[in-house]
Write a protein that binds this ligand. Sequence first.
Ligand code: NAD
Length: 509
Amino acid sequence: MKDASEMDLKTSAHAILAKLGADTAVLEAGEMASFSPVTGEQIAALPVQDAAEVASVIDRAAQAFRVWRKVPAPRRGELVRLLGEELRMAKDDLGRLVSIEAGKSPSEGAGEVQEMIDICDFAVGLSRQLYGLTIATERPGHRMMETWHPLGVVGVISAFNFPVAVWSWNTALALVCGNPVVWKPSEKTPLTALACQAILDRALTRFGDAPEALSQVIIGGRETGEALVDDPRVALVSATGSTRMGQQVGPRVAARFGRSVLELGGNNAGIVCPSADMDMALRAIAFGAMGTAGQRCTTMRRLFVHDSVYDQLVPGLIKAYGSVSVGNPLTTQALVGPLVDQQAFEAMQAALAAAAAEGGKVHGGSRVTDVAPDSAFYVQPALVEMPAQTGPVLQETFAPILYVMRYSDFDDVIELHNAVGAGLSSSIFTTDLRESEMFLSAAGSDCGIANVNIGTSGAEIGGAFGGEKETGGGRESGSDAWKAYMRRATNTINYSRELPLAQGVVFDI
Ligand code: NAD
């Protein structure tokens, strides 16, 4: 039998799915084609679930909720502990499938699976810590407290660029919180979703007595997602993707008084101050802006450099952009892999042309053709020196473009930093305590993530992840993000023989 590295990507992907126990009969049974960005070759054609099928999936999930909500939370945590164990065993295979389907380097593919393992560990601990408060009451002989209860069916919609981690952030928390999950992955990355479901199925078999349909995957594009979004039995829709998608999903969920967690686009910036450690800044910016070919929601897209250090930093960055290796992430050690598809390439070229029209000086950005077949899209990352923050700089283009601008006044640069629609991640490079504290203060960065002396990307699961403004306002993963997956009840218990009313109200009958 051939070694995995010798197989074509389709055979390799199908072999991984078979090994993980997924039903491989569906891989070529439908009309939704999926491709590997590594070579552009088609790797599957899956059947799409229509609205009626989505409704019956949600129906089964609603039945599962009635059982799962009564299972004690630490016991629910045991399922997530087993999921973490299964993920550890499947790390190499799932990581490779992520690389095939999303075009990530092996270390990034494996890193994404590690993030899944980390959130499982976090959620297992959390399963014994779903705390409510006991609250002082003004009424004698009374006790007041709050209780957190399971919420209901959680619908997860995910983007192509973190095809498995986003599911695990939601699912590990949803499961310990007592909720079943229905997942609609990106139409660009359905195979990794089937792999995750197979891995969870193994954990469920070992767990033994979980209800059927605790976790289900629905395959399809926007219409399939809409069927999930509009169903009133879906208590929470956790949607990750572009701001455009959030603008559609948010109001639809709100119209039926559902709950949503929106994790949308970013237009993340870094600020390099005069006192910065320039060597550290250069390396952090290079990873933050070029890593994953600029296809992370936290990718650094804007850079403000103080006038006094511009000529010290920017020529070195331009050199790094020119020399970074671009190529097949599965067969070479290249640091920059492919764009997801032709559409992403065209969006990048349109943004570069618009930047040039605004007076931008473009370094790099052209297509690299000698590393893969024509059906794949590789680019040299682009650094654009911009005279001002105008045109495409104000929008997220999901590709490796870094817009670099000069600044001279610290207050002005904070204003410029915040003057875009998105509010996901941000960073400052400084060794000046005043600048760093100012950046982290209420009058500083307006983002959900604000870092000092590290780049904008590479969050850990322990912190709450998400951003403000057009990034949607949702929080996932660590800290108290679990509260979005539960409903809170305030309980007042009278253990006296009187009936004192709150606020001194008298009602004698
Ligand atoms: P996308 O918006 O095209 O698609 C995301 C998902 O939404 C897909 O599953 C898609 O089928 C679904 N979808 C699209 N329109 C829908 C609708 N009207 N109703 C229901 N579902 C719908 O995004 P993409 O190209 O896959 O991913 C890139 C984008 O995601 C970038 O903007 C990136 O910044 C963002 N992203 C954000 C985060 C975050 O945590 N903030 C994480 C990863 C990616």
